[in-house]
Design a protein around this ligand. Structure first.
Ligand SMILES: C[S@@+](CC[C@H](N)C(=O)[O-])C[C@H]1O[C@@H](n2cnc3c(N)ncnc32)[C@H](O)[C@@H]1O
Length: 227
């Protein structure tokens, strides 16, 4: 990987600043295990079987790289551009993906302004990342990256969700509220609710091809394709 170990220049800032995940990087995996056990990783990886033919992927906000490392492991032909605004998270990602280092290109950048390389890729993955953006930012991102994805490419999303019904009202909503408050304290995240990414993807010209839910709908994984 050609990127510097600790980039000297921080990613360009936009209207709302990027949350600071650096100090969580080493603990992140453990925090996740202590709260949700294996379910987030199951959610991230639930469509791996469907994207086996992909050869060039962009992973936005992949954090410590557990999805990227797993994808590189099971798909020996894929190359990944991993984009994150946390240098420490990118370092963790590089460590995890080290056996496949030649196929990972790490970019210390704000995904809201990062320019995807040519030619178009055939996979974009955003796992528990779109919830760090406002609805307007998700709309802008999906419109902008539509052209970065080949006609047969996939957009893979994992997110928290608040399902209809009593479980949604009494369990999922408080859990999501608690997570947003915790990340506001820990990282300075200013977003307060999960954006309607499905509406944004639809408006940008994508169609949903698959949806799986976990923990009674608190977690969802979706597979989208261009119309
Ligand atoms: C909640 S964590 C999710 C990490 C990982 N995708 C996962 O599934 O657990 C959000 C990640 O997105 C990164 N991030 C947040 N806003 C960003 C932005 N505007 N541009 C790039 N990365 C960003 C954070 O640094 C962090 O690594």
């Amino acid at each position: 990987m050609s990127e510097p170990a600790q980039p000297a220049v921080a990613p360009k800032k936009l209207a709302h600043r990027t949350p600071a995940f650096d100090k969580l990087a080493r603990l992140y995996c453990w925090m996740e295990w202590c709260t949700f056990g294996p379910w987030l990783q199951r959610c991230r990886c639930s469509f791996l079987g469907e994207i086996g033919d992909c050869r060039r992927g962009i992973v936005l906000g992949d954090g410590d790289g557990r999805f990227t490392a797993q994808l590189l492991r099971i798909n020996p032909a894929i190359e990944i551009d991993a984009v994150d605004a946390s240098a420490a998270m990118l370092q963790a990602l590089k460590r995890r993906a080290a056996p496949h280092a030649a196929r990972v290109h790490a970019h210390y950048a704000d995904a809201r302004t990062w320019q995807a390389p040519d030619p178009p890729c055939d996979l974009i993955a955003t796992h528990f990342f779109l919830d760090c953006l406002t609805e307007a930012e998700v709309r802008a991102l999906t419109q902008r990256l539509h052209g970065a994805l080949s006609q047969s490419g996939y957009w893979l999303v994992s997110e928290f969700a608040i399902p209809e019904g009593a479980f949604g009202r009494w369990v999922a909503r408080p859990v999501v509220w608690f997570l947003y408050r915790s990340f506001a304290l820990l990282t300075g995240l200013t977003v307060r609710s999960v954006p309607d990414f499905a509406a944004a993807l639809r408006a940008a010209g994508f169609t949903r091809r698959g949806r799986r839910s976990f923990l009674r709908g608190l977690l969802i994984a979706e597979l989208w394709k261009k119309d």
